[in-house]
Ligand binder design. Structure first.
Ligand SMILES: Nc1ncnc2c1ncn2[C@@H]1O[C@H](COP(=O)(O)OP(=O)(O)OP(=O)(O)O)[C@@H](O)[C@H]1O
Ligand SMILES: [Mg+2]
Length: 239
C-alpha cells in the first residue's frame, strides 16, 4: 500500500482594475462592475498524491493548470523532494557525449536510457537535434540529476501527436522505474493511455474541477505494449 501525502491547494487572486477612459467605456457598455474582486482558482482543493505517482493535469486555457503545477512543485520541494522542471534543463553548446555522465561510458549509459542510442547523435550538439531528440536529452539529464519529482508544463505541446504520445509513454516508464513523481500539465487530453496516470485532474474555468484516481495505474501502464504503428513511427523519426 503506497503512502499518500495530502496537498492543499488554495489559489485566489485579488483583482483590481486600473481605471481609464477605455476601461470605463467597457464597464458601461458591457455592464461589468469594476470593484475589487476575489478570483478563486482553487478553493482549498485537497489532493492525495503518493511519491512515484504519475499526475496528468488537463483543462482549458485559463483553467489553472500552471498554477496547480507551480503550487505542487513548491509544496513538494518544501517537503524535501528534489523537484526539477523538464523545461528548465539547460544544455551546453558542446557534443552530447561531453555534457552528461561522469565519463564516456556513463554518458552512453544515460543517453541509452532515453533512447539516444546513435553514435552519430552523441557527437552532435543539442541545437543539431530534433525537438523529440532534445526532449530525450533533457530526460537523460533529469535522470542523472537524481531528482525525485519531474514536472512539465505545456507538456510536449509543440510536438506532433504521435511523437508526443511515444515520448509520454517512455517518460512515464522512466519515472516509474526510478520511483520519481511525474506531474505534467497540458490542454491535450490524448495521453491517458500512454501516461497511465495514477491521478488525473481536469480543471476548467473558475472552480469547476474533476479528479480521477486510478488504482493499479502504474502496473497497467508498465505492461501496456506499444503498438506497431508507434514503434514504426519511433524508428522512422529517430526520436
Ligand atoms: N496575477 C494574476 N492575477 C489575477 N489572475 C491571475 C493571475 N495569474 C493568473 N491568473 C488567472 O488564473 C487563472 C489560471 O491561470 P493558469 O496560468 O494556471 O491557467 P492555465 O490553465 O495554465 O492556462 P493555459 O493553458 O493558457 O496556460 C487564469 O484564469 C488567469 O487569468
Ligand atoms: Mg498554463
Amino acid at each position: 500500500m503506497k503512502e499518500m501525502h495530502t496537498y492543499k491547494i488554495d489559489k485566489r487572486f485579488q483583482t483590481r482594475v486600473d481605471r481609464c477612459e477605455r476601461v470605463l467605456e467597457v464597464a458601461e457598455g458591457f455592464g461589468i462592475g469594476l470593484e475589487d474582486k476575489e478570483f478563486v482558482v482553487f478553493d482549498n482543493l485537497e489532493l492525495q498524491i503518493a511519491d512515484g505517482d504519475v499526475v496528468y493535469i488537463n483543462g482549458q486555457s485559463g483553467g489553472g493548470k500552471t498554477q496547480l503545477l507551480r503550487e505542487l512543485s513548491v509544496q513538494m520541494a518544501a517537503r524535501g523532494r528534489k523537484v526539477v522542471n523538464l523545461d528548465e534543463v539547460t544544455f551546453k553548446d558542446e557534443p552530447l557525449i561531453r555534457q552528461i555522465g561522469t565519463d564516456t561510458n556513463d554518458a552512453i549509459r544515460l543517453m541509452g536510457l532515453t533512447g539516444l542510442n546513435d553514435a552519430y547523435l552523441w557527437v552532435r550538439k543539442p541545437n543539431e537535434l530534433s525537438d523529440g531528440q532534445r526532449y530525450r536529452l533533457r530526460l537523460a539529464k533529469v535522470i542523472e540529476s537524481g531528482a525525485n519529482v519531474w514536472v512539465a508544463d505545456e507538456f510536449l505541446a509543440v510536438l506532433d501527436r504521435t511523437s508526443a504520445k511515444v515520448i509520454a509513454y517512455s517518460l512515464q516508464k522512466a519515472a516509474r522505474q526510478y520511483g520519481a513523481t511525474l506531474i505534467v500539465a497540458t490542454t491535450h487530453t490524448d495521453m491517458v493511455d500512454d501516461l497511465g496516470p495514477d491521478l488525473r485532474i481536469e480543471k476548467r474555468y473558475r472552480e469547476k474541477l474533476r479528479v480521477d484516481t486510478f488504482a493499479e495505474a502504474g502496473r497497467q501502464a508498465a505492461e501496456r505494449p506499444m503498438t506497431r504503428d508507434e514503434i514504426n513511427d519511433l524508428l522512422l523519426k529517430g526520436i
